[in-house]
Write a protein that binds this ligand. Sequence first.
Ligand SMILES: *[C@@H]1O[C@H](CO)[C@@H](O)[C@H](O)[C@H]1NC(C)=O
Ligand SMILES: *[C@@H]1O[C@H](CO)[C@@H](O)[C@H](O)[C@H]1NC(C)=O
Ligand SMILES: *[C@@H]1O[C@H](CO)[C@@H](O)[C@H](O)[C@H]1NC(C)=O
Ligand SMILES: *[C@@H]1O[C@H](CO)[C@@H](O)[C@H](O)[C@H]1NC(C)=O
Ligand SMILES: *[C@@H]1O[C@H](CO)[C@@H](O)[C@H](O)[C@H]1NC(C)=O
Ligand SMILES: *[C@@H]1O[C@H](CO)[C@@H](O)[C@H](O)[C@H]1NC(C)=O
Ligand SMILES: *[C@@H]1O[C@H](CO)[C@@H](O)[C@H](O)[C@H]1NC(C)=O
Ligand SMILES: *[C@@H]1O[C@H](CO)[C@@H](O)[C@H](O)[C@H]1NC(C)=O
Length: 522
Amino acid sequence: MNASLFSSPTAAVLLFTGLVLTEAGDWHDVVVATEGAPVLLACSQRPPKDTMEVHWQWKPHGGDTVSLVLSANERQEFLGEALKTDVRLADSVSWKSGNFSLFFRPRSVDGGHYMCLIKQGQKKLKEEVTVLVILTVSLGPRLPVSEQSTLRLQAEASSRDAVSEMSWLSPHGLPLRCETLPSGAVIAKLPLVTVADRGNYTCRIRPRGNCSRPAFFFLYPVTVDVSRVVQFNLSFNTQLSKACLAHTPVVLSCAPVRGDYVLLYWQHPDSRQKIEKIFTYDRWRQRFRNLTKSRLHLKSSASLGDFSFELTPQPEEGGVYICEVFLNDSVFSQGTRISVLHVSVSSRPSALTLTCRYSERSQVKTVTWTHENRSRRLDWSSLEPGSLKIKVETPPGPETAGNYTCTLELNNGKKLEAVHVISLPRDELPSSSFPSPSSLPFLGFLLPVITVAAGVLLWKLRAHNARRGIEQSLSYHTGEVENIYENPEDLRQTQSSVYMDLKPTSDNDVYKELDRYEHCPC
Ligand SMILES: *[C@@H]1O[C@H](CO)[C@@H](O)[C@H](O)[C@H]1NC(C)=O
Ligand SMILES: *[C@@H]1O[C@H](CO)[C@@H](O)[C@H](O)[C@H]1NC(C)=O
Ligand SMILES: *[C@@H]1O[C@H](CO)[C@@H](O)[C@H](O)[C@H]1NC(C)=O
Ligand SMILES: *[C@@H]1O[C@H](CO)[C@@H](O)[C@H](O)[C@H]1NC(C)=O
Ligand SMILES: *[C@@H]1O[C@H](CO)[C@@H](O)[C@H](O)[C@H]1NC(C)=O
Ligand SMILES: *[C@@H]1O[C@H](CO)[C@@H](O)[C@H](O)[C@H]1NC(C)=O
Ligand SMILES: *[C@@H]1O[C@H](CO)[C@@H](O)[C@H](O)[C@H]1NC(C)=O
Ligand SMILES: *[C@@H]1O[C@H](CO)[C@@H](O)[C@H](O)[C@H]1NC(C)=O
């Protein structure tokens, strides 16, 4: 027997340090284990010889110090400085069997390279490296999972070098959609858990390089408590206010968090009651439900949890869009109030009527019609809330042809224009051959194009027309007409210089207010 064995275990350490263990796959075997569970690292020498020594040494992942775990000869076992829980040679009759496998219960920090070195005198009989990978799994929320909560299955391996693939399988053995977190952990989520989702979930790990097993499987039972429904932690972002032209895309933003799934609700325009769910998307299960609108699309980044929508609205599709992003047990809600502006044309033998429609009147400050010749008086009428009409006699003359612009201004100052062009008839074309409403070009942009001063000027020029429009509308009015300005008090407080769609009323205060603005020194 070598007397120096137990007095100087560093001799073996030096040998081991000489090994180059950097290349992936530079090992004889890989073992994957979980914290606290018994592990067996194989090593054998048959037939065993009396004069043999066995050394088990450990080099942690990424470290370069090698320490002794255990040394043994036929007569005794010696524990080194690398302490492991319950460590011993697995086989109680190892000096008969030649089975020198190492047994212990790893902690999370015990991953690394383990070398079994068997020597006889100065002769090396065996030198084998086994990589021990410690798997750490966390499940959330706490079991049993409440219905409708988001199940999280997260697995992290102590070494990525020795692992070629890590994934989660459903209780039916089907692979779940997984993502690798920056930490290297692999996560799978199942939003809106139901009782159908209970069962044994499997974490599968395929080792890289030499390994006696192609894959390791770890089972995690998930139970669902049907008597409890999750309580989501709700937070609300400030509602956004937008205007857009009909048939023109507008973005519906969601909370800027990377979520698990998204719901979109639509509150119909100018209505407090009518709300419907119009879109759901679960990026983990890759499940869509587009409930009504085909003109609504998720932006492409949605598969990564970065949700937002693009809506190309019809004229009647304004309203409030509420996006709810679910992340674990939290919900982030973001509403967008959208006024859709749309100009339509109807023709009668003697005149064209240009109708400017808009929705979500509560966020609209003003809507006006202007002609490119700003000196021209336009006759406005507003027979119903959210609609402003002007008539243009046909055939148009040099004075009446040109650009007609409907400008909408929101309470937040954003402005939007819809331009309608009426061209002079070429040669002697009869009025019936005017372009049809659908083929007429529109142009709009979200820009504060008219300065306040210009607006005041415009308003002054048009104030009398506005009055006439209102007066005209009064003669058709039946009484249920709503308005932006509920009372003259609101009107007084508004700094706006241009307004219309006034509530037809016998109360002359509104018109007095108009006059008052006309005299302001702007
Ligand atoms: C891989 O395993 C085989 C058979 O056990 C062995 O001969 C070979 O040396 C091992 N390769 C490495 C890099 O350890
Ligand atoms: C070594 O012994 C352990 C403990 O008895 C046993 O589980 C393992 O299968 C044995 N290995 C070999 C290669 O015989
Ligand atoms: C989950 O696995 C355990 C142990 O393998 C088994 O007893 C149990 O029946 C399984 N549960 C389900 C729902 O398959
Ligand atoms: C709810 O969410 C907010 C913001 O995300 C957080 O500050 C708060 O701690 C959460 N509350 C609970 C009970 O989870
Ligand atoms: C449903 O939404 C998806 C994602 O935006 C889109 O690709 C698909 O065309 C939509 N389906 C219908 C019927 O609108
Ligand atoms: C969501 O859950 C996962 C897994 O439990 C966790 O890693 C992540 O930090 C959680 N995210 C938030 C924002 O709480
Ligand atoms: C603009 O309209 C005014 C009033 O209708 C008219 O007198 C003037 O000639 C027009 N200007 C142009 C350039 O058409
Ligand atoms: C009229 O509108 C067209 C496009 O709609 C634009 O190109 C042109 O510049 C406008 N003309 C005037 C005078 O505003």
